[in-house]
Write a protein that binds this ligand. Sequence first.
Ligand code: SF4
Length: 200
Amino acid sequence: MHLERTVEHFLKKGYAVRVFETKEEARDALCAELVGESIGFGGSATLDELGLYDALSEKNRVVWHWRCPEGKTPAELRRQAAECDVYCSSANAISETGEIVNIDGTANRVAAILYGRKKVYFICGQNKIEQTLEKAIFRARNVAAPINTRRLGLDTPCAKSGRCHDCNSPQRICRALSVLWEKPTGAEMELILIREDLGY
Ligand code: SF4
């Protein structure tokens, strides 16, 4: 994993990039600049580990289906989050060559990332960096997805073996794959890289 090379390639591909030593520093920086915004969150253990929902909720309207208030459903919150001005997500993997890879079950996260937000933040620990796009896709399928199925208690082959079998299980969580080769034209996107292992 080569963090400096990653930064260089993401800058070339049009992203803003900031590097933080710790998750607390990253969280504080985001809280200092995001005030009075509507902010949607994608499902993410990284965002959870940052404590970002509670921190940003002090001065913003934050919508996250992982924090579902009484009377709301996760499906409603996923839709509302995808309509917010700002969107925060992690990635299942990023590559040193500047690509962002995400696998999704409901596709709410990939839909919200790809178009229509005022700004998208990708918040990633250094453990998400792979050398190439191929290795990043491998990581998304064979590291992130199996851990996710275990977290959700799903009956999929990867939950048992820890690697992808390209299953046809009714509980399959891999239904959409997005690869950002470069920052989409006209979009504002920033990669927040943290020199810690975060999420999976
Ligand atoms: S396709 Fe199936 S086996 Fe592969 S990671 Fe997704 S849920 Fe697991």
